[in-house]
Design a protein around this ligand. Structure first.
Ligand code: MG
Length: 367
């Protein structure tokens, strides 16, 4: 059975992929978010031509074939585009076998604990504490991640004193049972990060993400070695050689692959295996409410070294308007601090037809 047609439905931030086989079977996936309009061009120019007319069954082989044929472009954009193909093929296989993707990879459906993930730095310590408390009481969310430093900030805080203020305020404002995580998004030097790490330890933070510029792995390793709390990282990395190296050199304690940046579920399963063989926990990066979080839900229910919770963005229409109304119903509904992995086949979601109808359409077809 061959791949006959690849269609994309694109807006600036999101692009969905519809893959159709010769017999009319269909699966839906998504490319990675942000500059999805550029990624969709790459999809039709550098992915589709190598795939159309090819047998669909061996996902690794198809994707390696694309990477080999496009070996002069071994980077992020090509993988972001391949993620659209890969996730559509998993959906298709799930629908053909009438199973949710998590069952296809050895997992189970049902409840999955989340941590509420803040994307805001332009928020005061008190406002952040208040919204975490509201989500704790109303939805039972028992873990939260907030931002410290500034993004790739060369050691400079978002505003003077914000990091110290928010770390202390969150600690005294939340229920003692709430787990506290922070993300520095590559802000600090190792010396700074170790000093801030002590402040985090004193204020019951358990997870220090991307303390140093992520490409400076030796700096990150110094922080990991110096602190007793977990240091986390890996979300930007999409080259398997880097993954093997990071795990082998024990750069962090918690590894965070992103399903969409990596090129889809197939390659993420390979990375999760590398992490597992290194003896580490895998807590993937899934920082918005598009298909990346759905895929991560199915993944976490299946891998043996899954971290204790799913990253679930707590941002709403005011901050991330583009992630609204992508799906029918609400696949991210939280009850008692958990989302639910659906028993429906494939990814178990329905993309909103209104969104599809208002998106830019492109097609590549096997003649
Ligand atoms: Mg992060």
């Amino acid at each position: 059975m061959k791949i006959k047609k690849l269609e994309t439905f694109t807006k600036t931030y999101v692009s969905f992929v519809k893959t159709t086989l010769e017999d009319g079977s269909v699966g839906y996936g998504q490319m990675s978010t942000y500059h999805a309009d550029i990624t969709a061009q790459i999809f039709h120019k550098q992915v589709a031509p190598w795939v159309l007319g090819k047998s669909w069954h061996d996902f690794s082989d198809i994707e390696n074939w694309i990477l080999e044929k496009e070996h002069k472009f071994p980077g992020s954009y090509l993988l972001r585009a391949i993620a659209g193909l890969d996730t559509s093929l998993w959906d298709l296989r799930g629908k053909l076998e009438e199973k949710p993707v998590t069952l296809l990879i050895g997992g189970s459906t049902g409840a999955l604990k989340v941590y509420g993930s803040s994307m805001k730095r332009d928020i005061t310590a008190m406002d952040e504490a208040n919204r975490f408390n509201k989500l704790f009481h109303e939805k039972g969310i028992g873990a939260f991640k907030y931002r410290i430093g500034s993004e790739c900030g060369r050691g400079v805080d978002e505003w003077e004193g914000r990091t110290e203020d928010i770390v202390k305020t969150i600690n005294i404002s939340l229920d003692n049972s709430v787990k506290k995580l922070v993300d520095a998004n590559s802000c600090f030097s190792s010396e700074q990060a170790i000093e801030i790490g002590k402040l985090l330890e004193d204020n019951n933070v358990i997870h220090f993400e991307e303390p140093c510029p992520y490409w400076e792995s030796e700096q990150t390793k110094e922080v990991t070695n110096a602190l007793s709390i977990d240091v986390a990282g890996g979300e930007q990395d999409c080259d398997l050689r880097i993954w093997r190296d990071m795990v082998e050199r024990k750069i962090v304690n918690i590894f965070q692959p992103d399903v969409m940046y990596l090129g889809g579920l197939t390659r993420t399963l390979q990375v999760a295996k590398i992490i597992e063989e290194g003896g580490f926990i895998c807590t993937p990066h899934s920082a918005n409410l598009s298909l990346v979080t759905i895929c991560t839900m199915h993944l976490l229910k299946a891998i043996p070294n899954a971290g204790p919770y799913l990253e679930l963005s707590i941002e709403d229409e005011d901050y991330y308007p583009w992630q609204q109304k992508l799906f029918l119903d609400n696949p991210f509904l939280v009850e008692n601090g958990c989302v639910t992995v659906s028993e429906k086949p494939g990814w178990g979601i329905d993309i909103n037809p209104d969104w599809i109808n208002s998106a830019e359409y492109q097609v590549s077809e096997f003649k």
